[in-house]
Design a protein around this ligand. Structure first.
Ligand SMILES: Nc1ncnc2c1ncn2[C@@H]1O[C@H](COP(=O)(O)OP(=O)(O)OP(=O)(O)O)[C@@H](O)[C@H]1O
Length: 237
């Protein structure tokens, strides 16, 4: 799973953007025989299962794939059995904000082609490795225009919109930070941000073409400089 994280920075929101993450490790207080848990797995990253026995600091887990695993209590994490099957659109709604819980939520959404998920006002984007034109078309841009943040499904347009509005209303500079490993989708995400910002502000026509057209047409030229094919990305910059 390739992840890109889009962070929105705004003077007053800088602190909020760094929401404290907490991990709920297993202990004798929150894990008993019969508890549903996550345990690390060499091949699958995380396996879910049910605790069948507890001895001193260890737990024996009957995993859902049939494996029997023994792990330290501090290395297992409680699983929320009531989490919605399709995941939640904001990770702050999860009962347990730990790695397996977060990954399971992103996986559930990805399987439904929901590539965007919020964690507060941070947007997590998962590379779909396929074109999803319907989520970036003109109708979609129109929908996000002026919509309060969090009202519509998580989207890169929502991040661009709130940033643009803050700049206009408060007259302050705003930055959007796009981070992620090679091939995660930073360039594609940035293109969508630029397209949306150009859509909002680029209606002035000069020499027969709108600023929107001119900004977007400059993209392939800029991409041509320093472009390379790497193991992780055919279009790396
Ligand atoms: N939102 C998306 N929709 C469709 N395809 C995407 C999307 N995001 C990424 N991709 C696909 O993944 C490929 C790699 O993405 P991209 O070039 O944006 O990665 P990157 O994070 O900028 O990588 P690098 O750091 O190596 O430059 C794209 O060429 C595209 O095929």
């Amino acid at each position: 799973m390739e992840l890109a994280r889009v962070e929105l920075f705004h003077e007053e929101q800088k602190e909020n953007a760094r929401r404290e993450q907490y991990a709920v490790e297993g202990s004798k207080e929150n894990i008993i025989v019969g508890s549903h848990v996550w345990v690390e797995d060499h091949d699958l990253a995380w396996l879910d299962g049910k605790v069948s026995k507890i001895t001193e600091q260890d737990a024996e887990i009957q995993a859902s794939n049939g494996k029997k695993v023994t792990a330290k209590l501090s290395k297992i994490y409680p699983k929320d059995t009531e989490a919605p099957a399709g995941g939640v659109d904001d990770m702050t709604k999860l009962s347990y904000l730990h790695e397996p819980g977060v990954l399971e939520n992103l996986k559930a959404r990805y399987e439904l082609n929901e590539i965007y998920t919020y964690t507060g006002n941070i947007l997590i984007a998962i590379n779909p490795f396929q074109r999803l034109p319907h989520i970036y078309d003109g109708h979609m841009m129109q929908q996000y225009k002026g919509a309060p943040f969090g009202e519509l499904s998580p989207h890169v347009f929502a991040v661009a919109d709130v940033s643009y509005r803050a700049m206009i209303n408060e007259g302050k500079s705003n930055s959007i930070l796009v981070s992620g490993e090679s091939g995660a989708g930073k360039t594609e995400t940035t293109k969508m941000l630029m397209r949306y910002l150009a859509f909002l502000g680029g209606r002035v026509v000069t020499e027969g073409r709108t600023v929107e057209q001119q900004v977007l047409e400059s993209n392939p030229v800029l991409e041509a400089f320093g472009n390379a094919k790497t193991v992780r990305n055919n279009n790396s910059r």
